[in-house]
Design a protein around this ligand. Sequence first.
Ligand code: ZN
Length: 58
Amino acid sequence: MTSKKEMDRVCGMWIETEEAPFTSFYKDETYYFCAEECKVKFDLNPAYYMVGVEGRKP
Ligand SMILES: [Zn+2]
C-alpha cells in the first residue's frame, strides 16, 4: 500500500491525496487543501502560492 502526499501550498500542511477534502486545478496540476479556506485563498491568487512556502514574502 502506498499513499501519496502533496503539500497544501497555502498552510504548508501535508495532505493525503486520496483523503483531500478540497482540491483545485491550476495549469494542468491538481493542488490539495486541508480546508475550504485554503482552497479559496489559492483560487484567488494561485500565482502567489506557486512560489512555494519558503520563497514567499510575509
Ligand atoms: Zn491548509
